[in-house]
Structures are given as C-alpha cells and as structure tokens.
Design a protein around this ligand. Sequence first.
Ligand code: NAD
Length: 411
Amino acid sequence: MNAYDIAIEQLKSSWKHIDHDKSYLEILSKPKRELQVSFPVKMNNGEVKVFTGYRVQHNDARGPYKGGIRYHPNVDLNEVRALAMWMTWKTAVVNIPYGGAKGGVTCNPKEMSKPELERLTKKFTIMISPIIGPYVDIPAPDVYTDAQVMAWIMSTYSQLVGHQEPGVVTGKPIALGGSLGRTTATSRGAVIVAKEAAKIVRKSIKGAVAIQGYGNVGANAAIIAKELGAKIVAVSDSKGGVYNENGLNPLKLLEHKEKTGSVINFPGAKNITNEELLEIKCDILIPSAMEGQIHKGNANNIQAKVIVEGANGPTTPEADKILFDNGVLLVPDILANSGGVLVSYFEWLQNLSRNYWSEDEVNKMLVKRIREAFFDIYTISKSKDIDMRTAAMVVSVNRVVEAMKLAGESP
Ligand code: NAD
C-alpha cells in the first residue's frame, strides 16, 4: 500500500460515519490539480542534472491551498497526492481558512551543496510559480526543507511578480517576515496534545517518551517535552536510534547530531534500531519521521499507551485497527501535527496585515486552538466509539463538503 492508497482507505472508512452523497467521496479521492515538472540544474562539478518535482493541489473549497515542500529521494506523485489530501483534512480539523496541497522534488539533499540546493529551489519555484501565490497556494517547509529554502522560494517568486511578497510562503526566516514560534510550532502542538492524551489514559507527560526522527519535529518535541518534565528514553534518525531508560538530554543529543551527523553513538546511551525504538517500553510514542512506520507487523508489539503522530502518515490502516483494539490512544497526524500549519496561518495573517505578534502571543494562540480541536475530536470519538483518526476525518470532511455545497460545487 503506498501513501496515497492509505489516504484513500482512510477517507473510505470514515465515509461510514458521513451523511453526504457518495459522489463527494469520489470527488475528494482525487486532487483537483497536479503539476509535474522537470528542470535542469547545474551541479558544482559542471554536470547538468534533470530533476523531477511536483505540486499537487487537493482541494480549495475552504480557502487557498496550503502545504509543505519535501526534498527526498523517495518523493513521487503518489506520496505528494497523499500528503496534499492530508493537508485538506488538517486545515479543516483545526478550522483555518485553507485548502490542502503539497509539493516535492525527488533529490537527495544530503548529497548536495548549499549552492546546488539554492539553484534547484529557484528553478523549481519558477516552474511552479503559475499555480502558487499568497491567495492561491502557499508552500511551507517539510522533510529536508527549512527556512532557508522558503527564503529562496520567496525571493524568486517576488522577482517574478515585481515586488516583495512574504505571504507566498510560510516558515520563512524572521528577518524576511517569518513568525516567531513557527520553527517549534509543530512540536509544541504535538507535545500539548500528548500531555492531554496522557492524562486521559491515566499517564503523564512526565512519563517515558520515545521519539522517532530527530529533525525539526522530533528534536523540538524532545526539547519541549523535557521542559514539561518528560523523560526522553529513546530517539532515532535515519541512521538508527539511542536508548537510555533513565533519560537522554535532548539539547546535548542535538549538539551530538550536529557534530557527527546522527544521534547514534551518543555517550551514555545504547544504540538501537528504528524498529526497536517503536517497540520500546515507554508511555508516549511520537513518530516524527516518515510514512508507514507502524504497520500490522509491529502494531501489536507497541508498548506505548499514547501515540502522537508528529509525522504525516506514520500508521497504516491495519495498524490503526490493532492499536484501537489494544486500547492505545492514537492522536492522528491531521490533528497532532497541525501546530505547524496553525502557526503558518498566523505567519500569513501577520504578512498580509504587516503587523507582527510576540512569541508569547503566537504560542498562547497555538496552544488554545490545538487544545480546543483535541477535545472536540476526542469527545466525538468517545460518543461514536470510533478512533480519533476517524473522528477527525468526519469533522474535516463535513467541513469541506459543506463549503463545496455552499459554493455550488455540487456534482
Ligand atoms: P526533517 O527533515 O527536519 O527531519 C526528518 C527526520 O527524520 C531526520 O532526523 C531524519 O534523519 C529522520 N528520518 C528520515 N528517515 C527516517 C527513517 N526511515 N527512520 C527514522 N528516522 C528517519 O523533517 P521534519 O520537518 O521534522 O518532518 C518530519 C515529519 O513531520 C514528516 O512526516 C513531515 O511531513 C511531518 N510534519 C512536519 C511539519 C513541519 O512543520 N516541519 C509539520 C507537520 C508535519
């Protein structure tokens, strides 16, 4: 099952609890627009390489398309389609006036220099420029893209339209109109819902936490959870993981990763595999890396009572069923990692109004909005006896279909 098959399966299974005409299921199963581009980039050794990139726009019934851009060797059309669809549900579940989109370039940024990445980003931006814009489609960072990449996109787009246009991307550097609190927003949101979910299952954020992925989402989640008293017992990245039942220091781990390129071989910790990390003894598990990590082969071995999906699509539909039957409280990606798009929305509002907020204002608003969404979805899941993913899908799909109907986008 690829990520797109999973996204469609999730939509289909939520439809049992949705009261709209089935034609909407068919409409929403397909993105509204898909753009695939090929473009040449001159590499440092003088060679010219042709890269493939995508921008998929799933639905814009509730507002401009919104979604990140990923640079990864595994990026393909089906992955981008799935990620675009999940963005539609994510913006709807936290009720912000956006639709859903996603983009990506198939490349290995770890093997590219900064000038090569800059040239790739600028070429890619030119290729997708006809379909992005501050009121049309607003990209943001995702796996292996960051504030610097957003700055290059913004400057290229601004040159094309003839004026500075900070609202075309979010997740920018502060000096170019980025929002305070954006870098840590996805993780802060995830940790807040982890704290609430833990209380429900009679555990605490002060318990043992394991985190897969030590990038923007994973590392910041570890740092913020530790500030709230969590014991970070295990973390991992693409090279493997480390474990210490007495707790790891997330800031020292980050220094170690910056110095050595990985969290593995961290002094005082035992090296483990990514598979072992998911099954480690802990109270809260925060997968924050790639799709399809929790599947029918390992779901039964998971010891955590709470799973908070920092990553998009880390759990397959078969694993969802197993975990629900095992009494694990899983907070789905479209809710758990929505802190990023919430603060992206705040950044966009600040750009359009040219009025900037303090970090405290951003964080307070983020915590308020994500807690409200968490309790709404949890209450629905309890009242209908369904898992939180299905409950979140029901709320999102209803919001999207209602907007489509009111706008006259009926079949
Ligand atoms: P990132 O590039 O900053 O970090 C990715 C991390 O995952 C790295 O530590 C990498 O080593 C690790 N990784 C890669 N492949 C792995 C594997 N097979 N096993 C274990 N670890 C692996 O990316 P990020 O922005 O932190 O994004 C991580 C996830 O969170 C993605 O699913 C992304 O779509 C999702 N997400 C990100 C944001 C955001 O604001 N950055 C928002 C919402 C969702």
